[in-house]
Write a protein that binds this ligand. Structure first.
Ligand SMILES: O=C(O)[C@H]1O[C@H](OP(=O)(O)OP(=O)(O)OC[C@H]2O[C@@H](n3ccc(=O)[nH]c3=O)[C@H](O)[C@@H]2O)[C@H](O)[C@@H](O)[C@@H]1O
Length: 438
């Protein structure tokens, strides 16, 4: 969608283009019937103008038009008393010492689980999600429906829509932001590099711009990635290790996010915590991830590609179950200190942290497939192939001692147990039939 074509305030009509005005110097040529006709048009325009008052804006756009805007800002309406009431009710804190959290990417995999967990303990939660079609939006809508049932409203909009994000902070004094909206996926970065820049860099900066000017400034916890360790060979990966050799553009944008976080912390006193997630999996997961589409393809009898490293080396991941990740996210939120700035000005040093959230036990991809075979009771049609050079790294392994020390992070779900829960969900959601075509 070309964003130049979206008027920034579509509710405001350009009155000088009204046919009535154009024709007013020729009024004496018009018959009475024509005059009546144009009067109706004019009146209609006035009525529409009032119904689309400034509080009922549509998403404006502040981004230049380019192919970056695959998930361009949508023109869904927001604003107005009813909308504000919904936003406030969703963000309302219902427990003592509760926090109010804006969750970006709330219809995403991690976003849904974190939102639900916050709501369960009485925190105020408002979601924001652009429902882009990187993967099946129907799954995102189903997650949205799930959250709606527990009273969580997801505002449909893009983090690049500065006016919308500003408005959210005008309506609610969020104490925290859980920033999970991102373009995920390692290999897709070669297909659509612009979408990574749009969401993970521009979007993050836009969000931080709003946060730094908000009063009070919220504390921000956001999703970085294990992929920032790139081509490192020293294991397990520690937060102190170098992160300057990313293997994919995805990893590079997450690394850029960490540097951007440093800048906003340094200049504006924003409290920022980055979480390096290690291959998160579980129910309601992402269909673009290997465990998910392996399940689908195994059930359909389709062949799956299992990557191997140089010299038939094992490719392994520190797969981390969603419930453990949620505990890590809540721990990070609960130990996040307040931002120090106000009125867009820093008042003192603020907290800046980055944590690994992994499982500490890498599993070869071929073992993941064996577990799935057992759980699905179907033999996989395996095709072993060399790890393509499109951003994948051969293995990941987290050292989690820092998160353990700071907020008692301790993963408790092994891959076998976690996949069992995933498969149970998958079958209940899609059925075990071979026809599901998501
Ligand atoms: O840890 C992370 O930070 C990242 O984890 C995942 O990235 P990845 O670990 O590559 O997850 P998958 O795409 O699900 O791949 C899992 C494993 O399966 C392998 N794989 C993938 C696809 C395939 O067809 N065959 C195959 O063997 C990959 O090489 C990898 O070792 C997510 O997709 C990223 O968004 C996230 O940031």
């Amino acid at each position: 969608m070309n964003m130049n074509n979206i008027p920034s305030t579509p509710g405001k009509f350009k009155m000088e283009k009204s046919p009535f005005i154009y024709n007013r110097f020729r009024l004496h040529y018009l018959s009475l019937a024509k005059l009546t006709f144009w009067s109706f048009i004019f009146m209609g325009l006035i009525v529409m103008f009032f119904f689309k008052s400034p509080t009922t804006q549509t998403s404006s756009n502040s981004m230049p038009s380019s192919d970056l805007s695959r998930r361009s800002l949508k023109t869904n309406s927001w604003g107005g008393p009813g909308w504000e009431k919904r936003v406030k009710s969703s963000a309302k804190i219902r427990s003592q010492n509760g926090i109010s959290v804006l969750v970006t990417g709330a219809a995403g995999f991690v976003g849904t689980h974190v939102s639900a967990a916050l709501k369960r303990r009485g925190d105020g939660v408002l979601g924001l999600d652009n429902f882009n079609n990187y993967y099946d939006p129907a799954l995102k809508r189903a997650r949205q429906a799930l959250l709606e049932r527990s009273g969580i409203y997801i505002v449909e909009g893009d983090i690049n829509d500065v006016e919308l994000v500003k408005k959210l902070f005008e309506v609610v004094r969020f104490s925290h932001v859980m920033h999970l909206a991102a373009q995920a996926g390692v290999r897709y970065a070669m297909e659509n590099p612009g979408s990574y820049v749009h969401s993970n860099i521009a979007g993050f900066v836009n969000l931080l711009e709003v946060c730094k000017s908000a009063n009070p400034q919220p504390a921000i916890v956001w999703a970085s990635s294990s992929s920032v360790y790139g081509l490192n060979t020293k294991i397990p990966f520690s937060e102190k290790d170098r992160t300057d050799q990313p293997a994919s553009l995805y990893a590079a944008t997450k690394k850029a996010g960490e540097e951007i976080a440093h800048t906003y912390n340094h200049i504006y006193g924003l409290s920022l915590t980055g979480l390096r997630f290690f291959t998160v999996y579980g129910p309601w997961g992402r269909p673009d991830m290997a465990y998910f589409f392996f399940t689908k393809d195994i059930l359909k009898g389709k062949s799956i590609h299992i990557f191997e490293g140089a010299n038939h080396g094992t490719v392994a991941r520190d797969f981390t179950y969603i419930d453990d990740i949620v505990k890590g996210c809540l721990g990070a939120l609960d130990t996040a200190e307040k931002s120090t700035g106000s009125g867009g000005k820093k008042k003192g040093n603020a907290q800046l942290r980055v944590f690994n959230l992994g499982n500490t036990s890498p599993v070869p991809v071929s073992d993941l497939v064996s577990i799935l075979e057992r759980l699905l009771k179907v033999k996989a049609n395996r095709r072993v192939m060399k790890l393509p050079r499109n951003g994948d790294v051969p293995f990941t392994h987290a050292n989690i001692s820092y998160a353990q020390r700071e907020f008692g992070y301790k993963p408790t779900t092994d891959l076998q147990t976690g996949l069992k829960k995933f498969v149970r969900w998958y079958v209940s959601y899609y059925g075990s039939g071979k026809k599901n075509d998501h």
